[in-house]
Design a protein around this ligand. Structure first.
Ligand code: GLV
Ligand code: GLV
Length: 321
């Protein structure tokens, strides 16, 4: 008898098709809607394999509803949606989608940085709203990116790809990371800094660290106060790393020039959120890896992991070890 797989989103048929040879596949059927928690808990009841997204919490409660579960694959590189202790204690395999999204996500980070520095969304709204009466010297003036100092918090794969792009813009690249990256320092001239020094010296601070107990609330009131008044904060990692209340206050009080955010503490962010009232905040709906090529490659990594599990072969991209 085939093992049971549940997929928490509607995925393209050509992606799911190979899985039918190995699994009895059930999937959430609504294209854009996220599966409600109660439906997810009911759906995992007899499944052996589960394919989730970063918006689905795989925690002790879910595992208690899934006594047969042996593998969970997440369609993301970050896996903070999976309670690793709970998964490990049950011997469940967990896999993610690293590498294939690195360059695409770094492109988006740079797009967000440029959009924030040069006030692109605001400028477009200005034109479409009929406010463009003519050209004047200080109209919609922003900040220079080329030649500025960028400080990257978390010099992992994506952080490094952002840093290489920054080098192409002739930026001075500072970084803070749990461990020194001596090879990259030598090869590309990146400079290691303490978090405090990085915050004080950077024109652009980019948060690229994974979300964990150590990074939760890493950028709060005290850290924002260290930043230059005309600096820009970019977060494309996880919302919980930056304290949104403190960020709102810093931006509102003119202690920070602007912020570009692809991630939020609560996703989707409520339209009534105070951050959305500020013109100097550029917001995106968590689209870091959203190119068709990359999302396809990510899905294929999940399929490969699930198929390897079903065939009893070595499963790649495990994060449970
Ligand atoms: C996106 O945030 C991911 O973790 O892939
Ligand atoms: C702007 O378009 C310029 O020519 O300076």
């Amino acid at each position: 008898m085939k093992k049971k797989l549940f997929i928490t989103r509607k995925l393209p048929a050509h992606i799911v098709e190979p899985l039918h040879s190995y699994f009895d596949v059930a999937e959430w059927s609504e294209e854009e809607a996220v599966i409600p928690r109660e439906k997810l808990l009911a759906a995992v009841k007899d499944c052996h394999a589960l394919w989730v997204t970063l918006a689905d919490q795989v925690d002790a409660e879910l595992l208690a509803h899934a006594p047969n579960l042996q593998i969970v694959s997440t369609l993301s590189v970050g896996f903070n949606n999976i309670d690793m202790e709970a998964v490990r204690s049950r011997g469940i395999i967990a896999t993610n989608t690293p590498d294939v999204l690195t360059e695409t996500t770094a492109d988006l980070v740079f797009a967000l940085l440029l959009a924030t520095a040069r006030r692109i969304p605001e400028a477009e709204r200005y034109l479409r709203e009929g406010k463009w009466q003519g050209w004047y010297p200080l109209q919609l003036v922003g900040k220079d990116v080329g030649g500025a100092t960028i400080g990257i918090i978390g010099l992992g794969r994506i952080g490094q790809a952002v840093a290489r792009r920054a080098s192409g813009f002739n930026m001075k690249v500072l970084y803070h990371n749990r461990s020194r990256k001596l090879v990259e320092e030598q090869q590309y001239g990146f400079h290691y800094k303490t978090l405090e020094d990085l915050l004080q010296e950077s024109d652009f601070v980019v948060v690229m660290a994974p979300f964990s107990k150590e990074t939760e609330g890493l950028i709060a009131e005290r850290q924002l106060a260290l930043m230059k008044k005309d600096a820009v904060l970019i977060n494309a990692a996880r919302g919980g790393i930056v304290d949104e209340v403190a960020l709102y206050q810093a931006l509102k009080d003119g202690k920070l020039w602007a912020a570009g955010l692809d991630v939020f503490e609560q996703e989707p962010i409520a339209l009534s959120h105070p951050l959305l009232t500020l013109p100097n905040v550029v917001v995106l709906p968590h689209i870091g890896s959203a190119s068709l090529q990359t999302r396809t490659a990510m899905m294929k990594l999940n399929v490969a992991a699930l198929v390897a599990y079903a065939k009893g072969e070595t499963v790649l991209n495990r994060v449970d070890s």
